[in-house]
Design a protein around this ligand. Structure first.
Ligand code: SAH
Ligand code: DHB
Ligand code: MG
Length: 223
């Protein structure tokens, strides 16, 4: 068992169930062209997000961390006609690249891209006191994941799904003395999930096209 077979099986699954079209492959190519990191979810993870959306009949989705819009495109494509994804990105250049990719995918009317720090924009959304989100995907900077999750809870209703990317970090979360602030950030989130009575949560390890990692899935029981 090694990375090679995990990659081959990931390709086998995506060939069957998560085929990328040109808008998605163009988006991945735009990252290298524009000097953005290759930190998008994989095609199979994009499909996973869609399955979760359909399972909870999601019409209103929030994403933290847009990058080039790759995951945003998967999310927006699983929305019904009147659905909306709000996606938050701190980096102006990332935001510009993402907006182009979203436009190129024909999804401008379904995606509301907000450029700014998640920590500033989340309280603004909470203040507006609009309808809760059906699903929230947390994939921005890792150190404040716990704070993001607590904001996400304030934007939820019972049944809302909150999904957090990159919570295993090649198994580095086993190191209790890790000095890596990304590792510390997700360790803190994972511990909080284990103690928070308002959610039912689990973590799936992920292998394949991306480095060995994991995705946390929490469903809100009560607010
Ligand atoms: N969800 C994307 C990948 C996101 S990578 C996909 O799968 O396609 C993480 C992104 O979070 C980067 O673009 C980074 O600029 C952004 N980010 C980092 N800190 C942030 C912050 N404080 N607020 C909002 N976005 C942030
Ligand atoms: C990193 C961030 C991500 O969202 C990701 O999927 C992979 C890596 C990072 O900041 O290292
Ligand atoms: Mg990620």
């Amino acid at each position: 068992m090694n990375a090679e077979i995990f990659l081959q099986v990931d390709n086998y699954i995506s060939d069957l169930l998560a085929k990328e079209d040109k808008a998605l492959t163009d988006t991945i190519q735009s990252l290298d062209k524009e000097g953005l990191p290759q930190h998008s979810v994989s095609a199979n993870q994009g499909k996973f997000l869609q399955v979760m959306m359909i399972a909870c009949n999601a019409k209103k989705v929030l994403e933290l961390g847009t990058l080039g819009g790759y995951s945003t495109i998967w999310l927006a494509r699983a929305l019904p006609d009147n659905g909306k994804v709000i996606t938050i990105e701190v980096d102006k250049h990332h935001g510009e690249v993402a907006q182009k990719n979203i436009d190129n995918a024909g999804l401008s009317s379904k995606v509301d891209l907000r450029v700014g720090k998640a920590m500033d924009i989340l309280p603004e959304i909470i203040k507006k006191n609009e309808e809760p989100f059906d699903m929230i995907f947390i994939d921005a900077d890792k150190p404040p994941y716990t704070e993001y999750f607590n904001y996400a809870l304030q934007l939820s209703r019972p049944g809302t799904l909150i999904i957090c990317d990159n919570v295993i970090r090649e198994g580095k979360i086993l190191d209790k003395n890790s000095a890596d602030e990304k590792v510390q950030g997700v360790q803190r989130l994972n511990k909080m999930l284990s103690e928070n009575k308002n959610v039912t949560a689990t973590i799936l390890q992920t292998v394949g096209a991306k480095e060995y990692d994991g995705i946390a899935i929490a469903v809100v029981n009560r607010i």
